[in-house]
Design a protein around this ligand. Sequence first.
Ligand SMILES: [Fe+2]
Length: 140
Amino acid sequence: MIIKWRPEYSCYDKTIDEQHKQLIDMINEMYTLSLYDDHIDRYDSIVEVFSRLKDYAVYHFSHEEKMFTEHDYDSFNTKLQILEHKGFVNKIASIDLYEVDENQNETISNVLDFLSKWLEHHILEVDKKFGEFLIAKYEK
Ligand SMILES: [Fe+2]
């Protein structure tokens, strides 16, 4: 299902919100590719979007991690976030592209299910907490 940006996704930081929107766009792009039922091989496009998403997630996480240091986020939540980021990157790296090629639609729908649930959790539970911390700290 296409993920639509909702106001409740806001983490009260413009840059973080923008980056989450980019991630959502890429997940939606992958979803759109999975919808075709015409037996055309879309392996190359899938791998391309997937690799773009992976690179962008790494960039986004490093941006967030820099912010934790800059704003002196507490070490417990910082560690928790870094662990979650690593977990995500490892999961993405462990996806077997051979499997994607062999069984495109099913594998992609499993991957999408993971990505959309993870992003929802990342935005609504984890990053939002950081946004609330920023508001409390700077009353912005
Ligand atoms: Fe994030």
